[in-house]
Design a protein around this ligand. Structure first.
Ligand code: IFM
Length: 982
């Protein structure tokens, strides 16, 4: 029975702490059952059963009299709630009729149980199409309100017709994902009362159970949601069974779901001002990146290095006052703008943290007067950026300016800035000016929209009454020793994730203000504490290495958003403008292992991005006359290749970039990422949904690219491997090796799929139009791809003709501080054996056990001295490889080089953003190199080769659903499974 919106809502049970209404900050997802919650389909079902049985009984009576099916009593007694075939049997038995069971091959009009069941389904769908479905009056406004506030919505139903019912009820557009009977069968899900279908919905959405609310009218459904660990279980009482719903585990039972409608952003409370600082800062050098003083020429690097980000929003650590030099930028993941530029670029948002201070009309800046103290600290443990600045102005006025910023890890749409300013020795007028006082929007040329909604409160310490909520220009009077607080919240929503950005931003701002800053900061810190539980890596005895590894983990965890499967991490994450936010192979080969082993939900979302961009990869393959999927070398929101056609090189020369057409290894790299994740997690559902398609389509690409030639070998010509100094080469070792692996992996996968998922596999196979001959061709291609290995020397030639190039040892070059392509000119480098970054060595590392020790050794001895380390992706692989060979000094040297790419204070390389791949590579060098981690069916193992002064290297990984604490030390190593609560 439908509840009417006019009925007074009944809140049957309210055990604390039940948020009423639903708080869009606390809850990221709302998951609904269908029948009895969103829609009422009982009448349609009853009518379809009646149509079926009346026709059957009439035919059986030979046109004579028969007792028709009663759409109320027969329906309730014999068929309601039963699986279809069961309903047929039970009703017919009540009439003394027994039919043969039959099967899927039965004629449509056959009189078997299965054929009658199928007919009933057809009648139901026909009626659904003609009559529509009853939608409960509270369903639409609630769904719309949740979506408007940025809460994701999902449907969980055992019905195979769930999507059709949603469509008929006009609800499809309000539901983000559906886990229905079809999906349940495909993934072998048990369904209610088991929690797996509700768990799956959250896995797909990338939302933790504690951050989800579930709505159910059935007692078994309530039990299932409770068992799935949802933060709030709402029993929907349409038939007066509220007490039973609560008894079965509902936190609350309501007759009208609008009782829990989302908070409206009207009349929010101002954030209560807590005492400065908003959180106790971390005073532990192992957790801090500290920048003392102020050096104009380093400022852009520092802005990148100290960036704050939560995977959805990223913001550079630019000076609030913007002077004397500043390149502020705040980005939202996935929101690209084409504008006048040659290719899409992450759209810059308004400068939300800008705050210019004037003392008696004179600007407070580092440019004028004397810096008495200036320290900026990235507090990695808590995800906080601190600034502590004591300044003497031109006429001797001394001001203490302290600031804390965060990109909220708990609610990814929020940014917070908190400033405390105090006069040390003067009385006078203080004026604050900002660039962003109110809601502002940014529109991209491609129709995207981001809305930044801001609110601020300011107060004087002696009078902590918050002032009006919008901050534009404010002037107040100060006295010596008096301090003033400004707390500014900015909520950002963008069309890349939210349907109505302005509404979402306003709702999040209102909810955050209602919670207050203290709570918001506390939740942010708790979220970081949870993250570090999985992602921390500890080094004893080497503070520099400790900070470098934590910095790597901090930046990687900051860059990921498990709840957004439509974005990936760009080469510079969201910390700078270099590479425009574009996504490269960096993500799958360098960053993904960290996520797969420490934060699988984030890894899954990164790979789902590649699945969403598969259509563009297919189109690119077609454009290149190939089959399957050829991923973009540089990828943005759609997956189209957005590599710029040219760049300005040294000396202002325009260099044409052909990499979009040549760095074909990207396709295998993406597939490799898929298998890395699958191996680490055993997430079969991901493979069925997305992973298998990627591996198969990329294998297809290679089978069409690797042409069989007269020598009986398959060759891949005209490509560029990771070594971008030598472009357009034939048979690049890395490309060929990865292609071989991709073909083999796909052939093996097909075999496994057929054996392990006999139900789901035929559909996918048909959808991909795959036949045995094609799979056999992959195996043949893998076998025949040219491998460039000289069995006598054990050396693999990097590409055809490489060994014939001029051998110019790098050690002879005078200065290695200048990139070798700049020093010699690219046209000369091309004629030498000098390489930019590892190609053969990377290949060997990825397939370490496939190569005998002498081949590993010989190639390292050959290629290491010839590598100019011309890419930030290079030193980490050398560190890892050297560590595995037991070359402690060399490993240490390269590890240090990799650590300094962003953190060095004399290279200035991070101005355009941090190097996310190098950071992922640094983590891999420590974990796979120094700790010697190997992973297999018998779990993780360590074979440590630590630098001599490292007392210990400890970290946690998740391998196939189980957490392990690993510790490598000179005394030995330990692998300890972590006991988790059931
Ligand atoms: O993907 C890399 C490439 O390997 C070397 N140049 C920089 C790119 C982005 O990091």
């Amino acid at each position: 029975m439908a509840a009417s919106t006019e009925d007074a809502p009944t809140l049957t049970a309210t055990p604390p702490p039940i948020p009423t209404p639903i708080d869009p900050i606390r809850f990221q997802a709302a998951v609904f059952d269908l029948d009895g919650v969103l829609t009422g389909t009982a009448e349609l079902h009853a009518a379809a059963w009646k149509q079926l049985f009346d026709a059957f009984l009439k035919k059986r009576a030979g046109g004579g009299d028969f007792k028709p099916f009663d759409a109320v009593s027969d329906y309730q007694t014999y068929v309601d709630g039963r699986p279809r075939a069961d309903g047929v049997r039970t009703f017919l038995t009540s009439r003394g009729i027994t039919l043969p069971e039959g099967g899927p091959g039965d004629a449509a009009d056959a009189d078997t149980v299965q054929a009658l069941g199928a007919r009933k389904d057809d009648y139901f769908l026909e009626r659904l199409a003609s009559d529509g479905v009853k939608v409960f009056p509270d369903a639409l406004p609630l769904l719309a309100g949740l979506r408007a506030a940025g809460v994701k919505t999902a449907l969980v139903s055992s019905s195979r017709n769930a999507k059709a019912v949603l469509e008929a009820g006009g609800l499809t557009a309000l539901i983000d994902i559906v886990v229905d009977g079809v999906e349940g069968a495909r993934f072998g899900l048990a369904g209610k009362p088991a929690p797996d279908t509700f768990g799956r919905a959250l896995q797909v959405l990338g939302v933790e159970p504690a951050r989800a609310v579930g709505f159910e009218d059935a007692l078994v459904g309530v039990e299932a949601i409770r068992a799935a660990g949802y933060g709030l279980v709402v029993g929907v009482d349409r038939v007066g069974h509220a007490a039973a719903l609560v008894a079965h585990g509902a936190h609350v039972a309501v007759t009208d779901m609008m009782t829990l409608a989302v908070a409206t952003p009207t009349a929010p409370a101002d954030p209560p001002l807590a005492a400065w600082p908003p959180a106790p800062p971390t005073f532990d050098v192992d957790w801090m990146v500290v920048e003392d003083g102020f050096v104009l020429t380093r400022e852009h690097e520092i802005e990148s290095m100290l960036s704050i980000s939560n995977g959805h929003l990223g913001s550079r650590a630019s000076l609030a006052e913007g002077e004397p030099i500043s390149a502020p930028a705040t980005f939202v993941a996935g929101l690209f703008d084409t504008g006048p530029r040659p290719s899409p670029t992450l759209a810059p948002l308004p400068n939300w943290s800008h705050l210019a201070t004037f003392i008696e009309g004179t600007p407070l800046t580092l440019r004028e007067g004397r810096i008495l103290a200036h320290r900026r600290t990235l507090d990695m443990r808590q995800g906080l950026l601190w600034r502590d600045w004591l300044h003497e102005g031109p006429v001797g006025r001394i001001t203490h300016f302290q600031e804390c910023r965060l990109a909220c890890a708990y609610d990814r749409r929020l940014l917070l800035q908190s400033v405390a300013l105090s006069s040390q020795n003067y009385a006078g007028a203080l004026t604050f000016k900002t660039e962003l006082g109110e809601a502002t929007d940014v529109r991209t040329t491609s129709g995207g929209l981001a809305v930044v909604d801001a609110a601020a409160a300011w107060a004087t310490a002696s009078d902590l009454t918050a002032q009006p909520a919008r901050l534009a220009d404010v002037t107040l009077h100060t006295e010596p020793g008096q301090s003033h607080r400004i707390d500014r919240l900015a909520a950002v929503a963008a069309s890349s994730q939210d349907g109505q950005p302005a509404v979402v931003a306003a709702a999040h701002l209102a909810a955050a203000r209602a919670h207050g800053l203290t709570e918001l900061v506390a939740r942010h810190r708790e979220t970081w504490a949870e993250r570090w539980q999985g992602g921390d890596i500890r080094v004893a005895g080497d503070t520099e290495a400790q900070v470098a590894l934590r910095f790597a983990a901090y930046q990687l965890m900051s860059a990921a958003d498990p709840s957004d499967p439509r974005v990936s991490i760009g080469a510079r994450a969201m910390t700078g403008v270099t590479y425009s936010g574009h996504v490269f192979w960096d993500t799958e080969i360098y960053m993904l292992p960290f996520f797969a082993l420490t934060w699988p939900a984030a890894a899954r979302a990164l790979l789902m991005y590649r699945h969403h961009t598969l259509p563009a990869a297919r189109a690119k393959a077609t454009q290149h006359g190939a089959r399957g999927a050829y991923y973009a070398w540089e990828s943005a929101d759609t997956g189209e290749d957005v590599t710029p056609a040219s760049v300005i090189g040294p000396g202002g020369i325009v260099i044409e970039i052909k990499l979009a057409h040549q760095e074909q290894h990207i396709s295998a790299d993406v597939a490799f990422g898929v298998c890395t994740y699958w191996q680490a997690t055993g997430d079969d559902a991901f493979m069925l949904e997305a992973g298998a398609e990627i591996v198969i389509e990329t294998a297809r690409f290679w089978a069409s690219r690797a042409a069989l030639e007269a020598d009986g070998k398959r060759h891949i010509r005209g490509v560029t491997g990771p070594d971008e100094y030598h472009t357009g080469v034939d048979d690049d070792a890395y490309t060929n090796g990865m292609a071989r692996w991709n073909l083999r992996a796909a052939a093996a996968l097909v075999g496994q799929m057929a054996a392990r998922w006999p139900d789901a596999w035929p559909d996918l196979r048909t959808q991909l139009k795959l036949d045995d001959a094609e799979v056999a061709d992959w195996s043949a291609a893998a076998r025949d791809i040219y491998d460039g290995l000289d069995p006598k020397t054990g050396l693999i030639e990097q590409f055809e003709g490489y060994f014939g190039l001029t051998d110019l040892p790098l050690s002879r070059l005078v200065s290695r501080a200048i990139p070798v392509d700049v020093l010699l000119g690219l046209d000369r480098v091309v004629r030498t054996t000098i390489i930019k970054q590892p190609d053969v060595l990377l290949l060997i590392w990825l397939f370490w056990n496939d190569y005998p020790p002498e081949v590993r050794e010989a190639n390292f001895r050959y290629y290491e001295p010839r590598c100019a380390q011309g890419s930030s992706l290079s030193p980490c692989i050398h560190a890892l490889y050297a560590a595995r060979l037991g070359e402690a000094e060399l490993a240490r040297k390269y590890f240090r080089q990799a650590s300094e790419i962003d953190l060095s204070n004399n290279r200035g390389d991070a101005a355009g953003g941090i190097h996310a791949a190098a950071l992922g590579g640094l983590w891999q060098a420590a974990v796979f190199g120094f700790a010697g981690l190997t992973l297999g069916d018998d779990g993780p193992k360590l074979d440590p080769r630590l630098p001599p002064d490292w007392g210990e290297l400890a970290f946690r990984i998740r391998w196939r659903g189980k957490d392990y604490d690993l510790c490598a030390s000179p005394q030995g190593s330990s692998v300890t499974p972590v006991e988790t609560a059931p």
